[in-house]
Design a protein around this ligand. Structure first.
Ligand SMILES: Nc1ncnc2c1ncn2[C@@H]1O[C@H](COP(=O)(O)OP(=O)(O)O)[C@@H](O)[C@H]1O
Ligand SMILES: [Mg+2]
Length: 271
């Protein structure tokens, strides 16, 4: 099943969203968090991993126009506008950290607000589609969002973002604070959305599970990309194993992992 798209989000010639970020710098006032960052989100699912404070949220805020940025951001070869509402109109949606639902509104009302840009009949159609994708939400259609579990709220937040039929969906730590089963479900949803044609750029701290669903990954530390590559290779790389998975030996051979195809741009500060 595809998420329904029509103008202004229809993509010509069946091309999918491809985000290219070159030399991105962003921060808060004089405090620069991201320095000269280069990354890509190709069709599929790209994950940006990194510890607390690495600059993951700052990256998504900069891409969504919530803070100023320097550098080049291209979406299918075209410069992404700087203002948030124009970025949304370009088919980019962000599910922010903490979900930011309207707690006193029902699930359906939250979804309606996500589709405020689209005409009413179309909005109703997309809500119906959201319920097809998330049967659990149909059961809870009239429940106040604030009374739902963390995982259910995250689901509403993702469904709400999909109401504007984005071509690029950005997710800020969708698994944060969720029970393991819910983490799997949410990451599975991200995977499904990518498989159905929306490019997904997700930031996560849940390294193992995120790499298991992603196509490609980046590791961000202190505002700088320190490693990148196909998710499968990244999961086996020394940079990930040593710094995040708590293993410096290959369980199969008992030897330290040899360098692999993953680009290691910089030694990881492990101090
Ligand atoms: N609104 C803000 N004003 C000033 N500094 C901020 C603000 N938000 C985040 N920071 C700082 O920016 C850095 C990166 O934060 P953030 O992007 O939230 O990291 P992450 O999402 O990877 O945990 C941290 O040092 C954090 O303290
Ligand atoms: Mg964050």
């Amino acid at each position: 099943m595809m998420w329904y798209r029509d103008t202004p989000f229809r993509l010509g010639g069946g091309t999918q969203a491809h985000l290219k970020v070159q030399g991105l710098s962003a921060g808060y006032g004089a405090f620069l968090v991201l320095r000269d960052l280069t990354l890509e989100a190709r069709p599929g699912l790209t994950v940006v991993l990194g510890p607390n404070g690495a600059g993951k949220t700052t990256l998504l805020k900069a891409l969504n126009g919530l803070i100023a940025r320097q550098g080049t951001v291209l979406l299918n070869g075209e410069e992404l506008p700087e203002k948030t509402h124009e970025i949304v109109q370009n088919g980019v949606a962000l599910v922010a950290e903490g979900r930011q639902l309207f707690p006193q509104m029902t699930v359906t009302e939250n979804l309606e607000l996500g589709g405020w840009l689209v005409p009413k009949a179309e909005r109703a159609r997309r809500i119906e589609q959201a319920f097809e994708h998330f049967p659990k939400l149909r059961e809870r259609a009239t429940q106040l969002a604030g009374t739902m579990s963390g995982g259910e709220q995250q689901m509403v937040a993702v469904a709400r973002a999909m109401m504007c039929a984005p071509r690029l969906l950005m997710l800020d730590e969708p698994s944060l604070g969720l029970a393991p089963k819910m983490v799997d479900e949410l990451l599975g949803i991200a995977r499904r959305i990518a498989d159905e044609g929306t490019t997904v750029l997700m930031v996560e701290q849940n390294v193992k599970k995120a790499l298991a669903v992603a196509d490609r990954g980046y590791v961000l530390e202190r505002g700088v990309i320190v490693a990148s590559g196909p998710a499968k290779l990244l999961a086996r790389s020394t940079v990930i194993r040593e710094a995040y998975l708590g293993a410096d030996k290959d369980p199969a051979t008992g030897t330290t992992n040899a360098p692999d195809a993953v680009q290691r741009r910089k030694a990881v500060a492990t101090a």
